[in-house]
Design a protein around this ligand. Structure first.
Ligand SMILES: [Zn+2]
Length: 319
């Protein structure tokens, strides 16, 4: 065992974002009943954090128009921590009304991407987070606020994104009242050395308020980037079942790391996730059936688990 392995976390959380990041980027509109089945089965397989949708106007994202209904359903499942994405104060008010456990406010560190995606500068988004915090506190709500800094490693529109700007915006989000912050490689520009360097500095700024790593597998480095983040102590990652998705404002981007491949890698390394991978693969097959014609990703589903895979690490916490 190399020295770095001793520092790896003993457990990690995979936050399922397929119902938001995945579905928002593909043409198929999944019926609400199928989304409910997805959430129910993911929970049964041991997933305990799911981003169920986004509070954006239905005319912009008809795929996610049923978010309030899905939050209400997801909250009936015991122990499930329910997240939603909110682009602004109006979306945050919906999240507060729905009593989501956490709302993620996306900020793009790339000014070009921010203007294209949100029609705001990054600092406008920081100001919006301050308003969201004030609204949350005024409502006496327990909904946590996560500031998610995207295009943290570069951007298809702007190219370079300065690391100092990423870290400045992360600090600004915390100062504005975000309870948590996270970093996203929205377009798949990161490599493990970049992840190690940026995440180490981010952890120095945010400590245990640093919440999550979000890696797109655009160039096949998603899992390697997760490993680099694990080595500096990050233990929560976003992932999409079957690796679906992309980013509508970052041309060429494909989906997040696939949930099942990530669960397999972590389980194989002895890092507990609480996920029963056999159940997850069965769910993947159903979702693939619902999304016929869409491009799916991932490797594990083709080969299955190796005979040597320890069953105990697959289902350890699911029981
Ligand atoms: Zn994403």
């Amino acid at each position: 065992m190399n020295p770095a392995s001793h520092r790896l976390p003993g457990a990690a959380v995979i936050r399922e974002v397929g119902l938001r990041d995945g579905l928002q980027s593909i043409a198929t509109i999944l019926p609400t009943e199928h989304k409910r089945e997805w959430i129910r089965a993911a929970h049964a397989a041991g997933q305990r954090e799911i981003e169920v949708g986004s509070f954006v106007p239905a005319r912009l994202l008809p795929q996610l128009a049923d978010t309030a209904e899905l939050v209400a359903f997801a909250k009936t499942l015991p122990g499930l921590f329910v997240s939603v994405l909110v682009p602004n104060l109006r979306g945050a008010e919906s999240a507060l009304t729905a009593q989501a456990d956490l709302m993620i406010v996306p900020l793009s560190a790339s000014h070009a991407h921010s203007l294209a995606n949100l029609r705001k500068t990054p600092d406008d988004v920081v100001a919006e987070v301050a308003k969201i915090r004030a609204a949350r506190d005024a409502a006496g709500s327990k909904t946590l606020i996560e500031g998610g800094v995207g295009t943290a490693f570069g951007c298809t529109l702007q190219g370079d994104v300065d690391k100092r700007e990423v870290l400045r915006l992360m600090q600004a989000l915390l100062d504005a009242g975000a309870d948590r912050v996270s970093l996203a490689d929205t377009v798949g520009y990161a490599d493990p050395a970049m992840v190690r360097e940026l995440f180490e500095e981010a952890l120095q700024i945010a400590g245990d308020r640093f919440w999550c790593g979000h890696f797109h597998d655009t160039r096949g480095l998603g899992l390697a980037n997760v490993y680099a983040a694990l080595e500096v102590g990050v233990a929560r990652f976003d992932a999409c079942l079957a690796g679906i998705g992309g980013c509508p404002h970052a041309p060429g981007a494909s989906g997040n790391v696939s949930t099942e491949d990530l669960a397999y890698m972590l389980g194989s390394m002895g890092i507990a996730t609480g996920i029963d991978i056999a159940q997850l693969l069965a769910l993947r097959a159903r979702v693939a059936d619902w999304l016929k014609g869409e491009t799916l990703h991932g490797a594990l589903w083709q080969a299955g688990l190796p005979k040597t895979f320890p069953v105990s690490s697959s289902a350890a916490l699911a029981a």
